[in-house]
Design a protein around this ligand. Structure first.
Ligand code: URA
Length: 209
């Protein structure tokens, strides 16, 4: 079956400013995800941040509140950043996909992984955000963000923590998604968190050079 041809490109304004992008993204219908999500969750943070962090897609809390990484994964992310000496307020934080994809189970909305064509459809927003921010380093959180930035053959297990070049940014590093830390068995959580913090420390060091 052929993947549907969908794209956010027609919704991206010609004049690239963060304000114009945010306003236009609020009305994006570049793929079907807008139909069930509450709202577009666009990136947030300083428009010329040296560091951009890219997650996968907003979760339930983010969809309801309209801000990226404000739920449980956001708490892990902020804890990791603080331990690595990175001020979360100094980073621009966004997602590869700007609408929450979920399946309804009774009253609960369960995260569903976006399809390749949905990630591709949303890419023009990430491209535009990176063109405005022009960060020194982009940190991809998890495989979806990493593959958006580094291509579908990128393997996090093989290249985690390496500084690589992408079509979208000169320097990209990939690490775990904070939700992955929440999913590991409790007995492995501290060690997984230490690895995440080590990657973020390496990112902070890259920013300092
Ligand atoms: N997970 C993500 O990838 N992004 C968010 O904003 C929240 C959870």
């Amino acid at each position: 079956m052929k993947a549907p041809q969908m794209s956010a490109a027609p919704f991206v304004p010609e004049h690239l400013s963060m304000r114009a992008l945010r306003e236009a993204a609020a009305g994006c219908q570049g793929c079907d995800l807008y139909e069930h999500a509450t709202q577009t969750v666009f990136g947030e943070g300083p428009a010329h941040a040296k560091l951009v962090l890219v997650g996968e897609q907003p979760g339930d809390s983010e969809d309801l509140q309209g801000h990226p990484f404000v739920g449980p994964a956001g708490r892990v992310l902020r804890e990791g950043m603080a331990a690595a000496g990175i001020d979360p307020a100094a980073a621009y934080i966004t997602n590869a996909v700007k609408h929450f994809k979920f399946v309804q189970r009774g009253k609960r909305r369960i995260h569903a992984t976006p399809k390749v064509y949905e990630i591709r459809a949303c890419r023009p927003w990430l491209e535009a955000e990176l063109e405005v921010v022009r960060p020194s380093l982009v940190v991809a959180l998890g495989a979806t963000a990493a593959q958006t930035l580094l291509g579908p053959t990128f393997r996090l297990t093989q290249h985690r923590g390496e500084v690589l070049r992408s079509e979208l940014a000169d320097r990209v590093m990939a690490t775990l998604h904070p939700s992955a830390i929440l999913r590991v068995p409790t007995e492995d959580r501290d060690e997984t968190m230490r690895g995440f913090i080590a990657d973020l420390r390496a990112a902070a060091k890259e920013l300092a050079v």
